[in-house]
Design a protein around this ligand. Structure first.
Ligand SMILES: NC(=O)c1ccc[n+]([C@@H]2O[C@H](COP(=O)([O-])OP(=O)(O)OC[C@H]3O[C@@H](n4cnc5c(N)ncnc54)[C@H](O)[C@@H]3O)[C@@H](O)[C@H]2O)c1
Length: 311
């Protein structure tokens, strides 16, 4: 962890002028996250910075993590947060960011697993090392931070809230196999951990955001006109209230959900499930399966893409 350079003596801790009563173990006293300690990974820019800013404005003591230390330091300094430059794609780095929060604030109440990398490629040109990098940061990084946080939250009074970050691309999107698969893994992680932690005070949800960020620029550069201005005009800050809500105690009954934010629309993503009704096969043969497809399943193929009209 690298402390925010504006924090003073080079020791980890909140970059807060003495006497403001902000941050530290006491936390802040007003707002929907008053008294809570929250980590936002990849918060040096884009959506993560927006989540960190609103979390701080809502009273949380915040750790701003990003491998881009200059970006992280700037955001941290602007909101009086602790700054951390751990690479969350490693088990040790993920442990460091969670520990940064516990050592600065004494606990970790919230984790926003926002850090990710974005790569676009056709299957004919996909570089296997790039595929690995995407999975390491987006899926393993989310899993590693979550595992460290869940163990810390289990051992503290009050539990905690984890907000993972997935993407509509996991429902099927051309040129996004690595990214979409990593985000599909994040959605599955959310469902599985919510099942693991049912009945405890630790909740796990995910968001599927939309905003014009550096990532959206890369998408537009790659797809040109086919990007269809999908995220133009969508400010990262419009996604932050849903994340802060999920972190807050007001969302105490909400777990295992993927919440989608798109412009002025707020919705829940459907979970993958069995498309009923099943076809009964009295005796398993290839011919019986072919017949089931011919008479029924071929006409009920599931659409690709997050919007059914994309099929
Ligand atoms: N922008 C969108 O419309 C959109 C849509 C769906 C999902 N998302 C998701 O939202 C999140 C934020 O996206 P964004 O558009 O703000 O992207 P961004 O590229 O602007 O920001 C991502 C940040 O993560 C940091 N990061 C990357 N690898 C890291 C690592 N190993 N450890 C720590 N930090 C690391 C980067 O330095 C960067 O600052 C991502 O999870 C992304 O997949 C974004």
């Amino acid at each position: 962890m690298r402390p925010d350079p504006t924090a003073g003596a080079g020791l980890p801790g909140p970059a807060i002028p003495p006497g403001t009563g902000v941050g530290g173990r006491a936390g802040r006293s007003a707002g929907s996250l008053a008294g809570k300690a929250v980590v936002v990974t990849g918060a040096g820019r884009g959506l993560g910075a927006a989540y960190a800013r609103l979390a701080a404005a809502e009273g949380a003591s915040v750790v701003v993590n990003d491998v881009d230390i200059d970006a992280a330091a700037e955001v941290a300094a602007s909101i009086g947060a602790v700054c951390d430059d751990s690479d969350i794609g490693t088990w040790a780095g993920a442990g460091r960011v969670v520990e940064a929060c516990r050592s600065a604030f004494g606990r970790i109440d919230g984790l926003v697993n926002n850090a990710a990398v974005f790569r676009l490629a056709s299957p004919y040109q996909q570089d296997p090392d790039e595929f690995r990098k995407v999975v390491e940061v987006n899926l393993l990084g989310t899993a590693y931070c979550g595992l460290h946080a869940i163990r810390a939250m289990r051992d503290q009074a009050g539990g905690g809230s984890i907000v993972n970050v997935t993407s509509g691309s996991h429902a099927g999107s051309a040129a996004m196999a690595a990214y979409g698969a990593s985000k599909g893994g994040v959605a599955s992680l959310t469902y599985c951990w919510a099942a693991d932690l049912a009945g405890t005070a630790v909740r796990v949800n995910a968001v599927s955001p939309n905003a014009h960020t550096r990532m959206a620029d890369a998408f537009e550069r790659y797809l040109g006109d086919r990007a269809a201005g999908q995220n133009v005009g969508k400010d990262p800050s419009t996604n932050a209230p849903a994340v802060v809500y999920l972190l807050s105690d007001t969302a105490a009954g909400i777990s295992g959900q993927v919440v989608r934010i798109d412009g002025d629309e707020l919705s829940l993503m459907t979970h993958p499930g069995v498309a009923a009704p099943a076809v009964r096969i009295p005796a398993w043969t290839v011919a019986a399966v072919a017949s089931a497809f011919e008479s029924d399943l071929a006409h009920r193929q599931q659409p690709l893409g997050v919007h059914p009209t994309n099929a």
